[in-house]
Design a protein around this ligand. Sequence first.
Ligand SMILES: Cc1ncc(COP(=O)(O)O)c(CNc2conc2O)c1O
Length: 379
Amino acid sequence: QAGQYRDTWIEIDLEAIADNVKAVQALHDTDINVMAVVKADGYGHGATQVARAAIAAGAQWIGVALLEEAVALREAGIQVPILVLGRINPRDANVAQQYKISVTAFQKEWLAEAKTYLDTNTPLNVHMKCDTGMGRIGLTEEQTLLDMVKTILMEDAFHLEGIFTHLATADEWATDYLERQLKYFQTYVKLAKETAGPIPYVHYSNSAASLRYPGTDYNMIRFGISMYGLVPAVDTAADIPVSLLPAMSLHSRLVHVKKVAPSTSISYGATYQASEEEWIGTVPIGYGDGWLRANATNGGEVLVEGERCPIVGRICMDQMMVRLPKELPVGTKVTLIGQQKEEKITIEEVAQRLSTITYEIPCTLNNRIPRYYYPAEKQ
Ligand SMILES: Cc1ncc(COP(=O)(O)O)c(CNc2conc2O)c1O
């Protein structure tokens, strides 16, 4: 059981999750459906705990990437509709049916094969995925859409529950690609409705689109990164019309404090030398936790007593060193992501330091770091 003994931990603020869900709902008409996207263990925040908090805040759907993630949520007691956003294997269609999990389809052959695994007394809910420019999964031919709609309508084993697409550039300033995707999507939706009649769920928005372009030509949004209080992209953060509340913070405690003489070397490769007499603290976190070595480059810092302290020397697998402003006791709290007094280090800052996106940071912090949830009763 990771974390029973160590003094490195993650705190998840479930009230922030709830507030972020309510903020995006407020941007839309009252009948909007919010799908809380909790794939990759809730973007590293804890899928079950986040799902419960999001549902309590009004989310009507849950989105995941894998059938395993959907089944785990059902077994954890999540009752609301769940959509697997990726392709499941046709042979597992009956598992989705048994657990009342909605699936994504975009291949005629998939329907034909999945049908052989299904019984017809409880139809499998299908959302048709259109590839309008993401270039990942989804149908691209109108004929495929027509054939699939006809098959779904004909077979008792299937129920057409939704049609959706995914946007590739909603977090960028330029909108021409986004507009082209939406034009294609409207064509598919129109064609599907002409053939099948009303379709319960039409959805294309991720966080960026649901926050920056709240529209009415859909009735569900797929809300991921910003539910966790993170911006989809730093360069369009100014275009987010709500104040997002970050849910994750990362803390540790000094395990060793020493004064070193000038030119004393620190860590592997002896790449750092003290330039004068310095107080050095050792922090029990490393790349074995997913706190990557790149955090020590171009100015990586942590907070100690509300002050920014530089990470010095190479980050090890389980430990790293920081330069302290003065002697401090072993056990002093260190904040790597979060706030101390007036200072804060955001995931956005860490992502930029690692030349990556906000999404990757929480997903990389692995389960060797225990997660604690507040308020506890909201789990
Ligand atoms: C199909 C689909 N819908 C909605 C979302 C939620 O997007 P958001 O987190 O920007 O709100 C994702 C996230 N997909 C990914 C997030 O990072 N890499 C991905 O493939 C997705 O793949």
